[in-house]
Structure formats: structure tokens, C-alpha cells
Design a protein around this ligand. Structure first.
Ligand SMILES: [Fe+2]
Length: 386
């Protein structure tokens, strides 16, 4: 997050003695990224955050690959993912490459019995259905329909859900997730042409601090393994922090669309970037206003990136028979475009209510066994004239 934030209490100077009213020390931790070169925060703990008491089992959660080299346009019925009580078990990776995992999840219970952290991927959790509170050692963030929760690697978290009806679209990224560089000035501030600004980015607002000893189970994800650790001190032990590295939320409903007289290309929808893929938001907007404009997109050869669309709500104008929670993958190497009839249908239309999230990866995606269970076999033929 290219912005400074602070929560709770911190000493006047960094790296100096800091104690509570009883004279007990608080323990400082630098939480940095990209060695000591990336964004970082300084945290102050009631107990040392290093107290590993036991290392329990480790097990693989590596996705099982069904199609390693895919060249077919695919469609997945994403809402067929099975609701599952446990948050980690509910997460099903459907598309994957060495840069990212694209995951669907429908957890029915809050994550409260253990703590979780992903140590080699940033997580972007898009809330399609459900609401609740993300609880992290940097503080809490309330979430609801349409929120992107951006959780940098290493953040320790739990999640409270308000109901058992939750649908999540998750992207795990091996490289850091940033707001697009071209939206920011040389100081990092979002520019006037950016479709959102700092007011729309919500950092943690509430800090939960525990000064407790005991047995605290932490599930740590690294290299497609879960490692189970028992810590001797409560992981939410932070009394205060400041810096640039922290989780935050951004609502897709706060993305202000950029429109034009003629069809605008996908980069105008860009919301986040990494070194290996982009995340875009398609939101309700006015259509192109040239008298001869064709609002539907032109056919396009995204010759060197795989294009994943996750359909959230509303009519998706360039596609036929699209359902909520559906995922389409249009692979690099072959052109795709509007479905038969949708280009003609779009002419003269003034606006669209479509809501969708797009992930364009620069490296090809592999298809997992989980994805195969919800595959629409004939989707690749859907552009043929009837
Ligand atoms: Fe496309």
C-alpha cells in the first residue's frame, strides 16, 4: 500500500525503549517485504512474536493438475463449488501457474479455531456473497458484498462471517499486489485520472490486542504446504504499528468507470497489478456515445496472456448464457470476442449493469482437477454461428 498508516500506540522514536504502565517491555518487529527494500511496517507486541512451542504436522495442499497445457476456451460453473465448514478446506484452486492461484471458496463457518497466514503469496479475496470481519494482527476490517480484501503475505488472520452463505473468489499472488503504477505520481499518490483514490482504500480500523500465554495453533502456508505451528503467545499481540505494509479493502462499487465515445480497451478497468498478472473490475457504466459506436468489444487476440473472467452480477453484454459465479478462461494464442448476436444486440444500448472481475495472466494457466468437476464441455464451440 503506497501510503502511511498507524494504529494503536507506538513510541516517539523507532528502535527505542517502549514499555507499558507496569514497566513491562513491548517487543518491536519489522514486518518488511522484498528484503529490506519493499514496503514495511514496525509493530509493537505484548509478547515476543517468535515463541514457537511445537511444530506439528506439515501437509501438501498443492493443486492437482488435470490439464497442464491448455489451449481451449473453458467455462466453469463456479457456484458448483461445495460449501465447506473449514475456511482452508473450502478453498479450491481451479486455475494455477507459477505466479498465481485462482481459487473459489464457499466457507460456511468463521475461521476462529486457528490462525492462518500465507507466507509466499499476497491474497486478494473478492467477496461475492457474505459479510463479516477480517481479523488480523494489524487490526480488523469489516467486509461485505463487492469488497476486495488485499492481504499482503505474512499477515496473520482469522475471519468472522455473519452467515453461512459465503462465496469468495480468491487470487493468491507470488509477487506483491499493488495499485497500478500509472495511476500514481512519483510520491505514490493516486492521480486525478485514477478510477479510485486513497479515500476508497480502507486500512484496518480496530486493533485487537491480547497479552495471553497458552497454545495457539497457526497454519502457515508456504510452497503449497501447510505447516502447523503452536505458538506460546497469542498471535494478536500488537499494541500499535505504523508503516506502509498492511491489509486493506477496496470495494468494486467504488471503482469509477472510465468511458469514451468509442470502445475503451480492458486496461481502463485495471484495479491491481503485479509483475505477472493484472486484476480488472468491470462495473456498471454508460456505454460509448459516438452515434455509430459498437459498445460490445471487438474480437481480440490476447496473444500473450490468458484471460480469466469471473462473473459477479448483472448482464454480461458480450456473452450468452452467463451465470453468477461462472468463470471463463480465454487462453493466449487464439482470438475470442462477443458471442453470436451480442455485438448486434449492444448497438444503441446506453448502459450496462455488468459486474465482473478479470484476471489476465502473462503466463499460461493450468487447469486443476477441481475445475474439471465444474466444466462446461462445449463452451469452446459457443462462437459458432447457429
Ligand atoms: Fe477478452
Amino acid at each position: 500500500m503506497p501510503r502511511y498508516h498507524t494504529l494503536g500506540k507506538i513510541p516517539k522514536k523507532r528502535h527505542t525503549i517502549f514499555k507499558n504502565e507496569n514497566g513491562d517491555f513491548y517487543y518491536e518487529e519489522l514486518f518488511g517485504t522484498i528484503g529490506f527494500d519493499g514496503m514495511s511496517s514496525l509493530l509493537y507486541h505484548t509478547n515476543r512474536p517468535t515463541q514457537v512451542k511445537q511444530v506439528l504436522k506439515s501437509y501438501s495442499v498443492a493443486p492437482k493438475i488435470a490439464i497442464e497445457k491448455n489451449m481451449k476456451s473453458l467455462s466453469l460453473r463456479g457456484f458448483e463449488i461445495q460449501p465447506t465448514e473449514d475456511f482452508l478446506e473450502s478453498r479450491k484452486t481451479v486455475l494455477v501457474n507459477s505466479d498465481c492461484h485462482i481459487v473459489l471458496a464457499s466457507p460456511t463457518k468463521s475461521l476462529t479455531s486457528y490462525f492462518y497466514k500465507n507466507t509466499d503469496s499476497d491474497e486478494v479475496i473478492f467477496i461475492h456473497e457474505g459479510s463479516g470481519k477480517l481479523r488480523t494482527h494489524f487490526g480488523n476490517i469489516n467486509f461485505e458484498y463487492g469488497d476486495y480484501l488485499v492481504i499482503p503475505r505474512g499477515m496473520i488472520y482469522q475471519i468472522d462471517f455473519n452467515t453461512s452463505e459465503n462465496r469468495l473468489f480468491i487470487v493468491e499472488s507470488k509477487s506483491p499486489v499493488y495499485t497500478p503504477k500509472r495511476y500514481r505520481n512519483w510520491f505514490g499518490q493516486h492521480l486525478e485520472h485514477s478510477p479510485y483514490c486513497e479515500r476508497d482504500l480502507h486500512p484496518p480500523y480496530e486493533l485487537e490486542t491480547y497479552d495471553e500465554k497458552g497454545d495457539f495453533l497457526m497454519k502457515v502456508k508456504k510452497q503449497d504446504m501447510i505447516h502447523e505451528y503452536i505458538y506460546a503467545a497469542h498471535p494478536f499481540s500488537v499494541v500499535g504499528w505504523d508503516g506502509y505494509n498492511f491489509p486493506y479493502k477496496f470495494s468494486i462499487h467504488d471503482f469509477e468507470p472510465i468511458t469514451g465515445r468509442l470502445h475503451m480497451p480492458p486496461p481502463i478497468h485495471q484495479t491491481f497489478e503485479t509483475s505477472a498478472f493484472v486484476i480488472c473490475s468491470f462495473v456498471p457504466r454508460m456505454y460509448d456515445y459516438h452515434p455509430l459506436s459498437v459498445p460490445a468489444p471487438y474480437n481480440h487476440s490476447n496473444i500473450d496472456s490468458d484471460e480469466v473472467l469471473y462473473y459477479v452480477d448483472g448482464d454480461f453484454m458480450s456473452r450468452n448464457n452467463i451465470k453468477r459465479g461462472q468463470i471463463t478462461l480465454h487462453p493466449a494464442g487464439i482470438p475470442h470476442g462477443p458471442h453470436p448476436g451480442s455485438m448486434e444486440r449492444s448497438i444503441g444500448k446506453k448502459e450496462t449493469q455488468e459486474l465482473a472481475v478479470m484476471v489476465d495472466t502473462f503466463a499460461p494457466l493450468m487447469v486443476t482437477e477441481e475445475a474439471i468437476t465444474m466444466l462446461d464441455e462445449d463452451y469452446f464451440k459457443s462462437w459458432v454461428d447457429k
